[in-house]
Write a protein that binds this ligand. Structure first.
Ligand SMILES: *Cc1c(COP(=O)(O)O)cnc(C)c1O
Length: 442
């Protein structure tokens, strides 16, 4: 019983101290509730947002059924195959090959295309490291093409200038669940006869001109890792309309087998298979995906209408062709100039303190030491001359992406699964920080 009282006194003491050093003074007392939570005021939101994952009775039943049936590997069971058919039908693709995770989907897709040492793959720099690792494990070079900061997607207008005789593939990423400019990407691919692998890991059910993302290029990849909109802890899938590529993928992820459980081999490969447990969970989680996606989309659109009125906040723009956004991430640019110079880090801290979880997002991958270390490793040296590596580091500069990484703010998909009033609270919190930016900066 003493706790709430002593907590109140503590908060009171903080405001008094703030006034004493001239931070707001009488004005802050008059404003009452308006003191930022970071400075000891009341949080805009106390309750947590929707907990993730969402678990229902059908998930538990499906999981236990696999356990009891004792067919845990897809070679013995039929759930992986069933999920593949369902997901392919939902997305409008001829083939779906489920795999262990999204990274495996990307690695398998590049293997199916025969990407290997000496090849260059054009890729978005604004992505999760797995996109780039999938290229590096094949000893190919990830050539970063600068970002369109308005949309956070690869700038398709810049793709062509990075193409040379070693370019083997385009790997656009539908970051955040919004669409890369697929008209632009496919036009360049067509002109240069290059295959396209879409990293749609964040873009379940998202669309370009009414077609599901992952089905526009030659191959499309999904992740069902725990944070993603469709979640089985770990999991992944490849979509394709090409019978030959589907066969290559199916074989590669199954140790190069020619048939599912056989001992005859059609190529080299690895075991990247999905388990029956994952497939069972995907089937039940899938029953809720459409409704959740609709809610995310409605909430996000409403939040955009609120946030775009606040100076210094610019929600990511969608290309006109993006007819559906999965909103795995709600992305915006933060400009300190609209907030009396309040640095982004301080803004993020203040927003978190108000009860709104948020993140600064990705940092520029091409500046990270792991890339240099990898390219200087023995296997890479065996393939690439020192001059080619030096030229490579000159070519992959992405100044627009550098600036974007300094400005980005993310809100995660789980914030968009609740009622519309949650969006009002997010906007209230941002407005409160905006109003108090001067105090927060001091
Ligand atoms: C999650 C993710 C991946 C990797 O998927 P995993 O299932 O974690 O291996 C690749 N690319 C993007 C854009 C992702 O968000």
């Amino acid at each position: 019983m003493r706790m709430p009282h002593s907590r109140r006194s503590f908060l009171g003491a903080v405001s008094a101290a703030a006034s004493a050093v001239g931070l707001g003074g009488g004005a802050s007392r008059a404003a009452g509730d308006d003191t930022p939570a970071l400075l000891g005021g009341k949080k805009v939101r106390r309750e947590r947002f929707t907990a993730w994952p969402i678990l229902a009775e059908n998930d538990e039943k499906a999981w236990m059924a696999v356990l009891r049936k004792k067919k845990w590997c897809r070679i013995d069971g039929d759930l992986a195959e069933k999920f593949e058919q369902t997901w392919a039908n939902m997305l409008g693709a001829r083939h779906c090959i489920a795999v262990a995770n999204g990274t495996s989907a990307l690695i398998t897709s590049l293997a199916a295309l025969g990407i290997g040492p000496g090849d260059e793959v054009l890729v978005s720099p604004y992505t999760f490291v797995a996109t780039v690792n999938a290229i590096l494990v094949h000893h190919a070079l990830p050539v970063f093409v600068d970002t369109d900061p308005e949309t956070f997607q690869v700038d398709a207008r810049l793709l062509e200038s990075s193409i040379n005789e070693r370019t083997a593939c385009l790997l656009p990423v539908h970051i955040g669940g919004s669409a890369a400019d697929m008209d632009g990407v496919l036009a360049v691919a067509g002109r240069h006869r290059l295959p396209v692998v879409e990293d749609a890991c964040q873009a379940a059910l998202a669309e370009w001109k009414g077609k599901k993302l992952s089905t526009l290029g030659d191959l499309g990849c999904f992740s069902f890792q725990a944070s993603k909109n469709l979640n089985s802890g770990e999991g992944g899938a490849i979509l394709t309309n090409d019978d030959r590529l589907a066969g290559e993928c199916r074989s590669f992820q199954n140790n190069g087998r020619a048939t599912v459980g056989g001992l005859d081999y059609s190529r080299s490969g690895a075991n990247l298979r999905i388990t029956e447990f994952q497939a069972a969970l995907l089937a039940t989680q899938l029953t809720r995906l459409e409704e959740q996606s609709r809610r995310r989309e409605q909430n996000a659109a409403y939040l955009t209408s609120l946030l775009k009125e606040i100076p210094g906040i610019t929600p990511a723009r969608m290309y006109e062709g993006c007819t559906r956004n999965a909103y795995h991430l709600y992305m915006l640019r933060y400009d300190p100039a609209g907030f009396e110079g309040l640095p982004r880090e301080r803004f993020l801290k203040a927003l978190s303190a108000e009860g709104i979880p948020c993140s600064a997002g990705y940092s520029p991958m091409y500046h990270e030491s792991f890339l240099k270390t990898t390219l200087e490793s023995r296997p890479f040296r065996a393939v690439y001359s020192s001059k080619r590596i030096a030229d490579y580091f000159d070519r992959i500069r992405c100044p627009a992406n550098d600036r974007l990484c300094d400005q980005a703010v993310w809100l995660f998909q789980t914030l968009f699964l609740g009622p519309r009033s949650d969006m009002d609270q997010i906007a209230d919190a941002v407005r409160k920080i905006h109003k108090n930016a001067g105090r927060l900066k001091a």
